[in-house]
Design a protein around this ligand. Structure first.
Ligand code: ADE
Ligand code: ZN
Length: 339
């Protein structure tokens, strides 16, 4: 029997792709609504496709299913479903990735994406007690000039968009190719993060830090291969948004018991736990925390540290961070006393 799991602590989700929250049932519902034929005959056939060899094999399905997202209401339904699930798992603030080029490249206007997502985000605090903003990711396997052209187009959406990121197929697409896009984003006052060290080598993490000026690294698990990099990340307390179930599903680590999170905590890195693409990898934020707690035997103190790190690493104003940190401490005390 598995031991009883502690309830979720209030947490900030800092690494979730909105397109990666598309559950198979919703994919079929939107396909029917938009009269789009999916390659998969039914739900079972689609679920069977959720066995990945690596990042690219996942991305192939992830981009294929974005075809069902056509109209603003499709994006609203997608975001509403995510926000409801996230709130039920203790998420109090979410900085959510979106891949606009995955949509504009198939003829869906940028306005449709932002209007649709924005409608759901606008009511999330009132409905679920959860604040939310977007981080616009550049697709690193496309021409960097596209990313550079995207930056000024974000101006009308500054209330919604808090920063830029870098995602998609990592190996062969190093961060420095996007130096100009990130400089433009910095000039616009946008925060900067990037996926690095998921499948790619530690040199990509160095490049994200030194050439892109990132404030957080997404994944970053391969940083452990480079002691000088670990020393730098520790000294600067530069946050790493770690996604345990994703790393297993994409075979970046063989299984959860071998996950480097415990070693990252022991190295005093500013790690957080996140869900990445929860509809594809078997769980939302607390599912990740609970799984890694069981597999690695994390202590209540370590779980509290992960939750605290998430708010400290967020792009929230200082007063909001403080308010959330007080709530984490209160929830951790209540859990310890069995309340
Ligand atoms: N896009 C969606 N999920 C991703 C991941 N885990 N790595 C890179 N790009 C992604
Ligand atoms: Zn990711």
């Amino acid at each position: 029997m598995t031991p009883p799991q502690p309830p979720p602590l209030p947490t900030a989700e800092l690494h979730v792709h909105i397109e990666g929250t598309l559950e198979p049932e919703l994919a079929f519902r939107l396909a029917a609504r938009n009269r789009i034929a999916l390659r998969h005959a039914d739900l079972d056939a689609l679920r069977r496709a959720y066995a990945f060899r690596d990042l690219q094999s996942f991305l192939d399905l992830y981009y294929e299913l974005t075809a069902v997202l056509q109209r603003p209401e499709d994006f609203t339904d997608l975001a509403e479903a995510y926000l409801a699930r996230a709130a039920a798992q203790g998420v109090r603030h979410a900085e959510v990735f979106v891949d606009p080029q995955a949509h504009t490249s198939r003829g869906v206007p940028l306005e449709v994406v932002f209007e649709g997502l924005g409608a759901a985000f606008a009511t999330a605090e009132q409905r679920y007690g959860l604040t939310s903003q977007l981080i616009v990711c550049f697709l690193r396997d496309r021409d960097p000039a596209e990313a550079e052209a995207l930056v000024p187009r974000l101006r009308p959406y500054r209330d919604l968009v808090v920063g830029v990121g870098l995602d998609s197929a990592e190996v062969g697409h190093p961060p420095e190719l996007f130096e100009r896009a990130y400089a433009l984003a910095a000039d616009e006052g946008l925060h900067r993060v990037a996926h690095a060290g998921e499948e790619g080598p530690p040199s990509y993490v160095w490049s994200a830090l030194d050439r892109l000026g990132v404030e957080r690294v997404d994944h970053g698990i391969r940083s452990l291969e480079d002691p000088a990099l670990v020393a730098r990340l520790r000294a600067e307390q530069l946050p790493l948004t770690v996604c345990p179930l994703s790393n297993v599903a994409l075979r970046c680590v063989p299984d959860l018991t071998a996950h480097p999170l415990r070693r990252m905590l022991a190295a005093e890195l500013a790690v957080t736990v996140n869900s990445d693409d929860p509809a594809y990898f078997g769980g939302y934020l607390h599912d990740n925390t609970a799984a890694v707690t069981a597999a690695l035997g994390l202590t209540p103190g370590e779980r509290q540290r992960l939750a605290e790190n998430s708010f400290r690493a967020s792009f929230l104003p200082a007063a909001d961070k403080e308010r959330h940190l007080v709530a984490v401490a209160a929830a951790a005390r209540a859990t310890a006393s069995g309340a």
